[in-house]
Design a protein around this ligand. Structure first.
Ligand code: F6R
Length: 255
């Protein structure tokens, strides 16, 4: 894994570079997009490059990681709307080519299978942006998730509902209890992964991710088995790392 410990603007540059490389190299680039707070600096940097440097996302398609089950179609916290506000509406990405699992489907299992099929039909994800939950989830693969899991229905942990209450007027009960999420097996098939974590609340999960044993107790640890992962950390998120100095040194000598 490449680990970058830096201030947020530098993390945003490294994350946006990974996306830009795929946009420039591939005829039909496929982006994997996380929602939540962590990726926002990368999306803002992509928007800046689009506006000021002519970077185009017009030939890309994109897949969301997850979606809440049962939020009304016009609810502002549906991830479809969130990604619209935070990225799609700000660049030239075609909204018709931005896909997410359908949290309003009558048959949720069928919606999950259809979403998996769409990812495969697009040729798989070239670069997947990820955040990490304080309980070590990626997408909404909560502790105990199978490493082989595919897109499916998942119940959110109490911890995640508390963490996400900030998007729902501070009320954890207002956060939907269930979601549809790409599985760990699905995410592991993306060709490149870029995970962002900022703030001290993420320090324990980041320590497990980079220095812990691979375990379903901390789902993100499966990323240790992926051949192309970049982990972008601010000082606070890196504050629990025993190997922080080693990671800094590695970055100094290899760039
Ligand atoms: C959201 C997602 C989640 C978040 C995680 C961290 O699409 O997949 O795994 O990345 O809950 O959320 P933030 O970034 O808001 O701290």
């Amino acid at each position: 894994m490449r680990v970058v410990i830096a201030e947020v603007p530098e993390l945003a540059r490294v994350g946006a570079d990974a996306v830009e490389r795929v946009l420039r190299e591939k005829e039909h680039p496929v982006l994997g997009l996380a929602t939540g707070g962590s990726p926002l600096p990368v999306y803002a940097e992509l928007e800046r490059r689009h506006r000021e440097e002519g970077l185009s996302l017009a030939h890309a398609s994109a897949f969301l990681l997850d979606e809440y089950v049962g939020l009304p179609a016009d609810h502002p916290e549906r991830y479809r709307h969130v990604i619209g506000r935070e990225l799609v509406d700000r660049v030239d990405l075609d909204p018709e080519r931005v896909h997410g699992p359908d949290g309003l489907a009558e048959d949720l299992e069928a919606a999950c299978a259809a979403f998996e099929a769409q990812i495969q039909a697009a040729g798989g994800v070239d670069v997947q942006i990820l955040g990490i939950g304080t309980d070590g989830h990626i997408a909404f693969n909560e502790p105990g998730s199978s490493f082989a899991s595919r897109t499916r229905v998942m119940a959110l942990t109490r911890q995640t509902r508390e963490d996400n209450a900030r998007f729902f007027g501070g009320d954890p009960q207002a956060v939907p209890a269930r979601c549809l999420t790409q599985g760990l097996g699905t995410i592991m098939q993306a060709r490149q992964l870029v995970l962002l974590a900022t703030g001290e609340a993420k320090a324990a999960a980041v320590r497990e991710l980079l220095e812990g044993a691979v375990s379903v107790a901390w789902p993100a640890t499966i990323l240790q088995h992926h051949p192309d992962v970049t982990v972008l950390l601010d000082e606070a998120a890196a504050s629990g790392l025993r190997l922080a100095e080693h990671f800094r040194e590695l970055e100094r000598v290899s760039r």
